[in-house]
Ligand binder design. Structure first.
Ligand SMILES: [Zn+2]
Length: 253
């Protein structure tokens, strides 16, 4: 092990924590504004295997916040992110998935990993990731950002994302300050490291909200919905019908 590289964090969570990180497999869904800090900090921390799912290509308007894609205009974001990881920490194995997650491939994509980090820019993907994670019993580290604001939680069973938000509200647009994505993506990476090493307290059953314009940060508990179609076990698969419109569950099996 390259002890020298990790010695400052080993002072925090110990050599056993570091070994757990180096054996861990984390899937990052979306290599954009949130995915950039998530991928950077997980790779820097020495997570053993990182899967990166993204079907988009780097555009000039992305670079204001998607800081891992410097110099890679027009390249696929999963491939571009893998190049960044290789430079930062060649000990990390990267699995590149240069396409979008969808109801057909979600289970196969998520199954090999220990933790899933949701970094998409749309509700449909959040619901696919939540539902597949709950079916497979995988922790789902969620964040969403808009303008100066963001929210974050970790779902490890009841309550799940659908308990909190049973159906999608209307999309509010794409306005975003790069720093906002940086803050919330960095916190997502910390939650992953806490989940894997056992250090600290994971943000389970709570939503954290923050507004960088007013610097108000707060968190509140969310309760499990006994009727939740997903974490109550009624949903038996990931079906296309459940991810159109407002993404309500219509088909259970
Ligand atoms: Zn639920």
């Amino acid at each position: 092990m390259t002890f020298e590289r990790y010695k400052r964090q080993i002072e925090v969570f110990g050599i056993l924590g570091q070994e757990k990180l180096m054996k861990a497999k984390v899937l990052v869904v979306g290599a954009g504004g949130l995915g950039s800090p998530v991928i950077a900090y997980l790779a820097a921390a020495g997570v053993g295997r990182i899967g990166i799912v993204d079907g988009d290509y780097v555009e000039e308007s992305n670079l204001q916040r998607q800081v891992i894609h410097a110099g890679n205009l027009k390249e696929n974001k999963a491939e571009s992110a893998a190049k960044f990881v290789e430079k930062l920490n060649p000990h990390v194995v990267v699995d590149i998935y240069p396409y979008s997650i969808n109801p057909k491939n979600a289970i196969d994509l998520i199954k090999p990993y220990d933790v899933v980090v949701g970094c998409p820019d749309n509700f449909k993907t959040r619901y696919i990731v939540n539902d597949a994670c709950m079916l497979l019993g995988k922790p789902f580290v969620h964040a969403a950002v808009y303008g100066w604001e963001g929210e974050l939680s970790v779902f490890t069973g009841k309550p799940c994302y659908r308990c909190y938000l049973p159906k999608a509200p209307t999309e509010i647009g794409r306005a975003i300050v790069g720093s906002t994505a940086g803050v919330f993506g960095s916190i997502q990476s910390a939650e992953v490291i806490k989940l894997i090493t056992g250090s600290g307290e994971v943000m389970r059953g709570r939503i954290m909200r923050g507004d960088l314009a007013s610097m108000d940060f707060f968190s509140f508990e969310i309760s499990g919905n006994p009727e939740c179609p997903v974490c109550s076990g009624r949903l038996r698969g990931i079906f296309e019908e459940n991810y159109s419109g407002r993404c309500e569950i219509r088909r259970y099996e």
